[in-house]
Design a protein around this ligand. Structure first.
Ligand code: NAP
Length: 315
């Protein structure tokens, strides 16, 4: 048996098509949703992430404001900048790229983004709304996972879902979203006992661990859906061999580049699962798509009755 591949790029493109139409309608009604992306310092990975978010804004017709203060900035100075953005009418969403330089209190900064513009869904008010089943702006990666499941017609109601990982950014909001969609949810973490045994009861596994290929085929009930959130750069040759022994093209790519991207799920899970998301090309593309979707949602919520009606009901 070989699992159905859930193609994140195709689902992202579907969402982009919907968003493009929605943004065009909003813009002609005089509301051009705008995203402010703040990147402090010159971290190369952050540069890459923020650049791809800005590129997505440009592709969809969102206004974008790329703000790049120096790495020497203090917490107070960055708080001042966030407050300025909180007060700007042309900014609907504010994104502060993590990680921030050591001298900055990241929690203080994230809490300072007003809930109405918190397109990452990290503000405790938005987390509380999610817990209460009245979600407003929801964390992008778990929201993207729900889009993959729904748009791929994977039954969620009544399903046993096992979420591996309990971070504030992925695992916890993921578990809540699945719960609100009427799954029976188990949350696992590093202290859980008999993880493979718990996972084998799942109809849906979501792995958000950060440990390359930890979820091996013995974790998976035949036919289960396996969603792989993990993104780990593997640089060790023996580790690459352990993961990609049956995937010669991947091993070749590792030999050429000296590294390769892996997920939390061992690719041989494809032999047992009913459906799965590959890495790359699974969950990753949805994270940016949901950031764009949240920016449009934030514009609608904040500018209220001036906005024309929404056509779709994304997470
Ligand atoms: P995190 O904050 O490090 O959390 C990892 C979670 O996994 C923790 O809850 C931890 O348990 C659990 N864990 C660690 N080792 C475990 C083990 N051996 N058995 C069971 N559970 C274990 O990571 P995160 O921010 O949630 O991210 C997880 C992965 O997703 C990373 O690879 C990250 O790069 C990726 N990610 C991808 C996207 C995307 O767009 N595709 C977005 C966000 C994150 P404890 O709580 O007990 O420590």
């Amino acid at each position: 048996m070989s699992a159905r591949i859930l193609n994140g790029n195709a689902i992202r493109d579907q969402i982009y098509t919907e968003l493009q139409a929605e943004i065009a309608a909003l813009t002609s009604a005089g509301i051009r949703p705008g995203l402010a992306a703040v990147r402090v310092g010159d971290d190369p990975a952050s540069k890459l992430y923020v650049n791809s978010k800005i590129a997505a804004c440009e592709k969809l017709g969102l206004a974008s404001f790329h703000i790049t203060p120096p790495a020497s900035m203090t917490t107070e100075e960055l708080l001042g900048l966030v407050n300025e953005l909180n007060n700007r009418d042309d900014v609907d969403g504010i994104l502060v790229q993590m990680p921030l330089p050591k001298q900055i209190d990241s929690k203080k900064i994230l809490d300072a983004v007003i809930p109405e513009k918190d397109v990452d869904g990290f503000n405790p008010v938005n987390v509380g709304r999610l817990v209460a089943g009245r979600p407003a702006l929801v964390a992008c990666t778990p929201a993207g996972v729900m889009e993959i499941l729904r748009r791929s017609n994977i039954p969620i109601e009544g399903a046993n879902a096992v979420v591996i990982g309990r971070s504030d950014i992925v695992g916890k909001p993921q578990a809540l979203l699945l719960l609100h969609a009427n799954a029976t949810v188990t949350i696992c973490h590093s202290k859980s006992k008999d993880l493979p045994g718990i996972a084998r009861r799942a109809d849906i596994i979501v792995a958000a661990i950060g440990k390359a290929a930890m979820v091996t085929p013995d974790f998976v009930k035949p036919g289960a859906t396996v969603i792989d959130v993990g993104q780990i750069v593997v640089k060790d040759a023996a580790e690459a061999q352990r993961i990609f022994a049956k995937f010669p093209a991947k091993l070749e790519s590792f030999r050429t580049k000296g590294s390769i991207l892996a997920g939390d799920v061992h690719p041989e899970v494809v032999e047992v699962a009913g459906a799965y998301t590959p890495v790359p090309g699974g969950v990753g593309p949805l994270t940016i798509a949901m950031l764009m979707s949240n920016t449009v949602k934030a514009a609608r919520m904040r500018r209220g009755s001036r906005a024309p009606a929404a056509a779709s009901s994304r997470t």
